[in-house]
Design a binder for this molecule. Structure first.
Ligand code: UD1
Length: 443
């Protein structure tokens, strides 16, 4: 019996672990369904017992709970419920609370994904207990040590014994840092596994109807420029401390995007930390002003209504109100609550342009072929620029607006998938893990 323990904590972790959990389950089911001769061969494959731990770094239903449901993830076996805090407090609390879980479950390997505080805390605790660490999404580097994620990435890689990499740049970074090549595996991108698995399901999300962006049954709405059955719209996401904690930077970004919102509606699912900053810096003027409540329970001036996320899927009864609201809101950025995985995928998939400071969204838009402007000075994911639809534009207001208008006035640039971003990364990872653990078990 092999015992594996995976750790998730924050929103971008959930779609990375989901295909691994599914693959582990599939492998067991496959084994159960084998006929006699195959079974004989497979008999030597040890069973894998898997434990899923949630650190509780993200605890809001909108940042965490909805994702488990959307991705078909089982409820975590353990929730450490650490909640928010300074980086030191959060990291230390996760370490303190995960140590007894590791001592009790005794995994041969701990799987961590991405670059959030939960990733580093779990990796460090496991390494200090002498437990092997496998890092999924290893090797990415922005070379910007002011980013908390860059610190987390470098330290996690330094204590990992298996490094699963999404793109060639990651392999080169790790080799340059002296990691021995037999620990490094270029396997593709588990986030893209999730995207490809859920794209069809996401296309059935009612969100675009609720926002008045889908053309079907709405004769007043013109065809999108990209020839899609949706009206042209943009999407904005912002949460990185360097962008949202500094009033001037946040003001400049919102100024550029609200000017763009005169050309097409821009929907902005607002991260809780960003919402707080917009309010405390008094920047609500950039958001569409209306006292009406949007379909997902957010007032369009950015404040939350009493409606719960469970009544987000309201009927089409008021769709015409919403349509006219979206049209009226044209002259401002339209704030929304954070969206679940499927709703957000459906929104991005049909967008004319996405503006973001997220890492994962650069990858998702590359595969969706949607032009993406990265509102940062660097990217740790250069494959999205070399192969994909991503441009790193920085945070200067004029530059953002010029780049966005240039995208809107020209035909979409063809976007290609980086090598191995084919939906099979989890299968490769589980096969390598199995071989590695089996080998070490019998050694
Ligand atoms: C974290 C990750 C970041 C990732 C992002 C996705 C780190 C260092 N950062 O940033 O890499 O891209 O998640 O969202 O791990 N909050 C809530 N509800 C929650 C969680 C947080 O309201 O469920 C608020 C709290 O005010 C908290 C703030 O958001 O203080 C920041 O949360 P935190 O988990 O520290 O970092 P994120 O900005 O979410």
């Amino acid at each position: 019996m092999i015992r594996l323990l995976s750790v998730v904590g924050a929103r971008p972790n959930f779609m990375k672990i989901a295909p691994i959990v599914a693959e582990l389950k599939k492998a067991e089911l496959r084994k159960a369904g084998l006929k006699k001769p195959e079974l004989k061969k497979a008999k030597n494959l040890p069973a894998i017992e898997h434990c899923l731990v949630h650190s509780g770094q993200h605890y809001d239903e909108l940042l965490s709970g909805n994702f488990f449901a959307d991705l078909g993830l089982p409820q975590p076996d353990v929730n450490l419920q650490v909640g928010s805090g300074s980086h030191a407090v959060q990291t230390a609390e996760i370490m303190k609370r995960i140590e007894p879980v590791l001592l009790d479950f005794k995994p041969q390997m701990v799987l961590v994904v991405g670059d959030v505080n939960s990733t580093l805390a779990a990796a460090l605790t496991a390494a200090k207990l002498g437990i092997g660490v496998a890092h999924i999404e290893a090797g990415l580097r922005s070379f910007d040590m002011t980013m908390p994620e860059e610190i987390n990435r470098k330290l996690t890689d330094a204590v990992s014994s298996l490094l699963f990499v999404t793109e060639q740049s990651g392999v080169e970074n790790l080799k340059r840092e002296g990691v021995s090549p037999e620990k490094i595996f270029l396997v593709g991108n588990v986030m893209i596994d999730s995207l490809l698995q859920h794209r069809e399901l996401a296309s059935r999300s009612p969100l675009l109807d609720r926002l008045g962006m889908r053309r079907l049954g709405m004769p007043r709405v013109e065809m999108g420029k990209n020839g899609s059955s949706c009206r042209d719209y943009g999407v904005l996401t912002l949460h990185r401390p360097s962008n949202v904690d500094d009033p001037e930077t946040l003001d400049g970004i919102l100024r550029a995007v609200s000017a763009l919102a005169a050309d097409l509606p821009v929907f902005f699912p607002v991260h809780p930390r960003t919402r707080k900053k917009i309010e405390s810096f008094g920047l609500q003027r950039y958001l569409a002003r209306s006292t009406e409540t949007s379909s997902n329970g957010t007032r369009s001036n950015g404040t939350r209504s009493n409606r719960t996320s469970s009544n987000r899927t309201s009927s089409n009864r008021t769709s015409s109100n919403r349509r006219s609201r979206a049209e009226r809101n044209h002259a401002g950025i339209v704030p929304l609550d954070p969206l679940g995985y499927l709703d957000f995928l459906s929104l991005n998939d049909r967008a004319r342009i996405v503006l973001t400071d997220s890492g994962g969204i650069q990858e998702e838009t590359t595969v969706l072929g949607v032009p993406c402007l990265t509102l940062r000075e660097n990217t740790e994911r250069p494959a999205t620029v070399e192969h994909g639809s991503n441009q790193v534009v920085g945070v200067d207001s004029d530059r953002i607006l010029a780049a966005a208008r240039s995208i809107l006035s020209s035909p979409a640039r063809p976007s290609q998938r980086p090598p191995l971003w084919d939906g099979n990364a989890a299968r490769r990872i589980v096969a390598i893990l199995r071989e590695h653990l089996q080998h070490n078990d019998s050694a």
